[in-house]
Write a protein that binds this ligand. Structure first.
Ligand code: UD1
Ligand code: UDP
Length: 356
């Protein structure tokens, strides 16, 4: 069987790493990289650190509006699929690369497998929600990371081809955390002591594309007076500069702006943070896996289990709520229901693909 894996953005490189390692034991895999993320620290560093096979096709789509980006991807992916004629297309998560890959495949009558199927924020203003819903509705295999995801699909009438596998990001973390602890020098490089700093990331469109939201978030960071390590996503850097907010942050003694870091450094920064502030989907989960309190800079989350278990609190872009959570949010630490599988999601996914 020939499988085409389609990826393009940072979290997808991390998600594909454990699955690809397993897939290649049994099947032929070709990797199609849309080029959605292209900076070294958003892209190549992950291929290097996680030993991901070099893409067979790099489509160089780059940045643009949703229509432009998704349309260009669709066109270019279709060309490759017509030439390669894979038996199955594998897509991950909820980015424009995911939707373009799924659409290109289904229109060519190629089977689609969606890893991280069934996630919902129930907020259609999020581009990711549109991408998830549409991808799920054209997929043949829906690999759901959680029971909540299976239930969401069931309620939308998707009842066939749904498999509860656990979360491949948990597999990736378990595989890499020991390597990260050994190899990463980030704490020393930044002069950080374990549990004496907070870690922050922001990149979600609802925060970056809204000046007021971004301003509230960075004001909360500054006014907290806590040491905050902030690896800045390129989208956020662009918006902070555009809104004239970057200088304010650069001047603040307590906020350390750094470029995006590789996965190994990120795991170490997460594990040693006293708390994490983020609007990232993946980082909310990693905080939970590592039992670090997470303050989520969103109104809703797809990863409801992390909130139900008391490890994650949703504060949106509300300055006072963010400040309050920085000061006072302390999970009891008693509830931990391990709803993300057993670290063998990738193996299960490959077994299911092999059974067909
Ligand atoms: C995308 C995904 C989002 C995911 C995130 C992971 C969509 C709609 N969004 O958001 O779901 O959480 O990736 O990080 O697919 N840029 C660079 N260099 C890069 C990449 C981006 O400078 O290597 C800048 C460009 O100015 C670009 C902007 O970041 O316009 C946004 O990039 P884009 O890929 O459109 O969306 P993300 O915000 O990265
Ligand atoms: N990540 C990283 N370096 C960073 C920021 C994030 O390695 O500077 C990793 C993080 O550990 C997680 C993934 O990228 O595994 C999350 O990706 P991101 O936040 O970009 O997207 P989302 O998960 O929100 O789609």
């Amino acid at each position: 069987m020939k499988i085409a894996t389609i990826v393009g953005a940072r979290p997808q490189f991390i998600k594909m790493a454990p699955v690809s390692r397993e897939l290649r034991k049994y099947f032929e895999e070709i990797v199609i990289h849309t080029g959605q993320h292209y900076d070294y620290e958003m892209n190549k560093i992950f291929f290097e650190q996680l030993n991901i096979p070099e893409p067979n096709y790099y489509l160089s789509v780059g940045s643009g509006t949703h229509g432009y980006q998704t349309g260009e991807m669709l066109k270019r992916i279709e060309e490759v699929l017509m030439e390669e004629k894979p038996d199955l297309v594998l897509v991950y998560g909820d980015t424009n690369s995911t939707l373009a890959g799924a659409l290109a495949a289904v229109k060519l009558h190629i089977k689609v497998a969606h890893v991280e199927a069934g996630l919902r924020s129930f907020d259609k203003r999020m581009p990711e929600e549109i991408n998830r819903v549409l991808t799920d509705h054209v997929s043949d295999y829906l690999f759901a990371p959680t029971e909540t995801a299976v239930k969401n699909l069931y309620e939308e009438g998707i009842r066939e081809g749904v498999y509860l596998t656990g979360d491949v990001m948990y597999d990736a973390l378990l595989y890499n955390i020991k390597i990260a602890r050994k190899k990463s020098k980030i704490l020393r490089e930044l002069g950080l002591k374990p549990k004496k700093y907070l870690l922050a990331t922001v990149h979600r469109a609802e925060n970056t594309d809204n000046r007021e939201n971004l301003k509230n978030i960075i004001e909360a960071f500054i006014e907290s007076s806590e040491l905050i390590i902030f690896p800045v996503h390129p989208r956020t850097k662009k918006c902070l500069t555009e809104y004239g907010l970057i200088k304010k942050l650069e001047k603040a003694d307590n906020v350390l702006l750094i470029p995006p870091v590789g996965y190994l450094d990120m795991l170490v920064l997460e594990e040693n943070a006293r708390k994490i502030l983020t609007d990232s989907g993946g980082i909310q989960k990693e905080a939970y896996f590592l039992k670090v309190p997470c303050i989520t800079l969103r109104e809703r989350t797809e990863w409801v289990e992390t909130v139900e278990d008391g490890w994650n609190v949703l504060v949106g872009a509300d300055k006072l709520k963010i400040l309050d959570a920085i000061q006072n949010f302390e999970p009891s630490g008693e509830t931990y229901t391990y709803k993300f599988g057993d670290g063998k999601a990738s193996k299960k996914i490959v077994e299911i693909i092999g059974e067909q």
